[in-house]
Design a protein around this ligand. Sequence first.
Ligand SMILES: Cc1cc2nc3c(=O)[nH]c(=O)nc-3n(C[C@H](O)[C@H](O)[C@H](O)COP(=O)(O)OP(=O)(O)OC[C@H]3O[C@@H](n4cnc5c(N)ncnc54)[C@H](O)[C@@H]3O)c2cc1C
Length: 481
Amino acid sequence: MKIATPAGYLESLESLERDVYVLGERCECAARHPMVRPAANAVAETYDLESEAEAERLLLTESHLTGRTVSRFTHIHQSTDDLVDKVLMQRFLGRRTATCFQRCVGMDGLNALYSVTHECDAAHGTGYHRRLRDYIEWVQDENVVVEGAMTDTKGDRSLRPGEQPDPDAFLHVVDQSAEGITVRGAKAHQTGAINSHEILVMPTTAMREGEEEYAVSFAVPADSKGVTFILGRQPSDTRKLEDSPLDVGNPMYGSQEALVVFDDVFVPRERVFMCGEVDVSGYVVERFAAFHRQSYGGCKVGVGDVLVGAARLASLYQGVDRASHVRDKMTEMVHLNETLFACGIACSSMGRATAAGNYEVDPLLANVCKLNVTRFPFEIARLLQDIAGGIVVTMPSEKDFRNPDIAPYLEKYLKCADGYTALDRVKILKFIENVTVGCGASAYLTESIHGAGSPQAQRIMIARLAELDKKAELARRIAGI
Ligand SMILES: Cc1cc2nc3c(=O)[nH]c(=O)nc-3n(C[C@H](O)[C@H](O)[C@H](O)COP(=O)(O)OP(=O)(O)OC[C@H]3O[C@@H](n4cnc5c(N)ncnc54)[C@H](O)[C@@H]3O)c2cc1C
């Protein structure tokens, strides 16, 4: 693997020559920008094989393409054990970063396309699967970060792609030749885009006859001509510019989304994995969504573990650790968190082989997993804020702690239980603020609702997979009807 360490990864970002905009200004070196760096640090953790004993087993595996050791983030799952290990890796990294480490979307996109390109070739005589395998082999050897770009900007939600007043509301092919295709449009809310080397584009919805130009999938380097990144804002994000790490709450790690604009970007044929095959476009969406809905049963659970720990510390520092209702609330937090984990493991264990030979998750259980994720983190956050107290949103700043005129007041009046300083208390409360209402809430809360599709998308899949008539038959037999 060419990029093999966190430092190597961070250096590799600096060599990319991209058009990145942060707060309205073009940013020469995005990776070093204080609003981007914590997110890059979170991705860098996916390259850290040394800090903990389990890291190597979880983060590395054997490529079925080459037999070489590769990052699991570039791997095509070969068994249900692989699917389970993916979830364990995500929980592990959620625990280390307490945020989104951004590398799952690409892994989930590659796994979805692996089986769909195989089926597309069988139906249409196209040669996409071979191309994709070559691309995956390259990604594995280079060990680059791939952003999975599905969500179009979508314009008027009531209109199909071809009916939009602006034809670029959904990314589409505007020109093609024997050498390649030219695409225009934009992908919204792109997690980790500014920390990625490659962008893997997929259609956002199942396309129909007449919508061939929108049924397109391809990969391009992040520094391709015509690609522009505009960093998305997060609550309290400019605290990262204030030189007050305490006020950030999780100063080392963060997440990041961007609007990625494709302004007539050329894609060579060998990186095109779908172009006009509307009948298989929906499979990419469904399979990517299923893999990504499984992912949430690992990553958010890891963050949940840190939140349970934060509740414990806050209760100790504030002298309520023995109160029965506080203990009960922590039990409830664990119950909710482990329920999410159980769903992530269940859809993995019940996975099955595709015609291409790779393994996909059980789609019904993956959708149940994600629908729970749209709710439980909010309840966990609510319980955590309850235990933390109102001070979560009324704390003074780090600069107040640094001012000798008022610091003694803070140390005196913000101290609670004996044995713990006011500053320790404030540190854990600032972290709780970060995840429940600050910039960390983008990843833990809003992403839990909309990432991998809004709740209604999961309900539609659950309804479709529910086999209601089969269940009615069970009831009919038992009731003797
Ligand atoms: C933090 C975060 C990270 C993300 N990361 C990625 C990423 O890395 N890659 C990626 O591709 N995407 C990513 N997404 C995008 C995510 O998949 C979308 O947010 C999600 O699919 C919802 O789309 P939307 O945000 O455009 O909301 P909208 O589509 O505007 O939905 C808003 C509401 O309208 C409803 N609605 C929408 N269309 C219709 C319709 N036609 N009929 C009826 N109701 C409708 C929805 O159900 C929802 O309730 C991310 C999102 C977030 C918030």
